[in-house]
Design a protein around this ligand. Structure first.
Ligand SMILES: C[S@@+](CC[C@H](N)C(=O)[O-])C[C@H]1O[C@@H](n2cnc3c(N)ncnc32)[C@H](O)[C@@H]1O
Length: 360
């Protein structure tokens, strides 16, 4: 697994006891065992191979005035710079508030090991570390953008979740949030999570569906933000990173083998149009977050998929920002929460026996 633990030197052995257990290699060799030096003494090669892995984790790519991850370069379309990290934290607080301050919906009982895939700044992982102080919480991401001061039971790995090796110990809870547009096929992440969970463990996804909804006919057909979501979708599909995953999760969880799969859908207004003070407040922050994130959502997608210039994109976004802020349009997003349980071996056997007796 090409993974680097944040704060750990890549060249140091990560497990000291394992290191000590290796055969004794001290230099008491007999005269006959004299080892001749190779005339081509390439002493740098080992050092440079570990360095390059470590350095690629910390490097970033500059593109059109924003920075992007260098590790597994080009796989993720949003920036990893300070404005984007601030946006992620604001997004965390709005979603959490919309969920009545819940971090998770799955009925967890003292989970021992929690994995947060695509953890971003790690803010959710830290909250879970506080909520379950006895749990070991790991957040993984392509970018080393995680908070520096974290609960003692929380750690981060720079790792591409598309890689098939997620370690050796099973997890009690695996979580994903806002990973739309991150993977070629999110079903693989669900299937891999299933195999890396202990029996009885839970997976949960909290994902926004990017299509705009409006129940009262106030959103015109040519609404600029609605049109932008179609353009965004076309770009993401062209680059092989689908965005419309949220409404398919329940089905994908069930097909992967999860049981007791539940789905809840939450409306999120795109600005302060609602009358209800709570929705008004949520809408104000959600709309502001969208307006501030819009450049980052658009730049890599539209330059890479369509070859648009930065100037063309900036001109296009002016009317999109105006449309997001238009209170006469009563638009909202849907945020899906889906969770399911990995069956125990007994449940699995009972299920297989039932299927066999049906087909007999
Ligand atoms: C929109 S952010 C969401 C962050 C966090 N889950 C949250 O809700 O605050 C998506 C994150 O997924 C990460 N990501 C995208 N593709 C990934 C991959 N293949 N492996 C690991 N992380 C990935 C990105 O670097 C980014 O930090």
């Amino acid at each position: 697994m090409a993974a680097i633990r944040i704060g750990e030197a890549a060249s140091a052995p990560s497990n000291r006891s394992e290191y000590n257990a290796s055969p004794d290699l001290s230099t008491n060799s007999s005269a006959r065992d004299i080892i001749e030096p190779d005339s081509d003494n390439d002493s740098q090669s080992l050092l440079s191979s570990t360095r390059s892995l470590r350095d690629s984790v910390w490097e970033y790519i500059e593109e059109n005035g924003r920075t992007y991850h260098a590790f597994s370069r080009g796989e993720y379309m949003l920036p990893n710079d300070e404005p984007e990290n601030e946006r992620l934290d604001v997004q965390h607080w709005i979603i959490r508030r919309r969920f009545n301050d819940k971090e998770h919906f799955a009925p967890l009982k003292n989970p021992a090991r929690i994995l947060d895939i695509g953890t971003g700044t790690g803010i959710w992982a830290c909250k879970m570390g506080e909520l379950f102080p006895l749990a070991e919480v790991t957040g993984t991401d392509l970018s080393p953008i995680q908070l520096e001061i974290v609960p003692p039971n929380v750690s981060f790995l720079i790792e591409d979740a598309a890689d098939t090796n997620w370690g050796t110990k099973p997890y009690s809870f695996i979580h994903t949030r806002m990973l739309l547009g991150s993977f070629n096929d999110f079903r693989e992440i669900i299937e891999r999570s299933f195999s890396y969970l202990e029996p009885g463990g839970y997976m949960e996804s909290q994902e926004m569906y990017p299509t705009l909804y409006c129940d009262d006919g106030t959103m015109p057909k040519d609404h600029a933000f609605c049109e932008w979501t179609r353009t965004q979708d076309e770009a993401a599909m062209k680059l092989g990173k689908p965005l419309r995953i949220a409404n398919k999760l329940k089905n994908w969880y069930e097909r992967a083998g999860f049981v007791d799969v539940k789905e809840e859908v939450f409306k999120m207004p795109v600005n302060q149009w609602p009358k209800d003070p709570e929705y008004k407040m949520l809408g104000r922050f959600w709309g502001q977050m969208l307006i501030e994130g819009l450049q980052g959502f658009s730049l890599a997608l539209f330059t890479r998929a369509f070859g648009w210039t930065v100037e063309e994109i900036e001109v296009y976004l002016v009317k999109v920002r105006k449309a997001i802020a238009d209170k006469n349009v009563h638009a909202y997003h849907k945020v899906y929460v889906v969770y399911g349980r990995k069956p125990t071996p007994e449940e699995q056997r009972a299920k297989e026996a039932k299927t066999a007796s049906k087909s007999a």
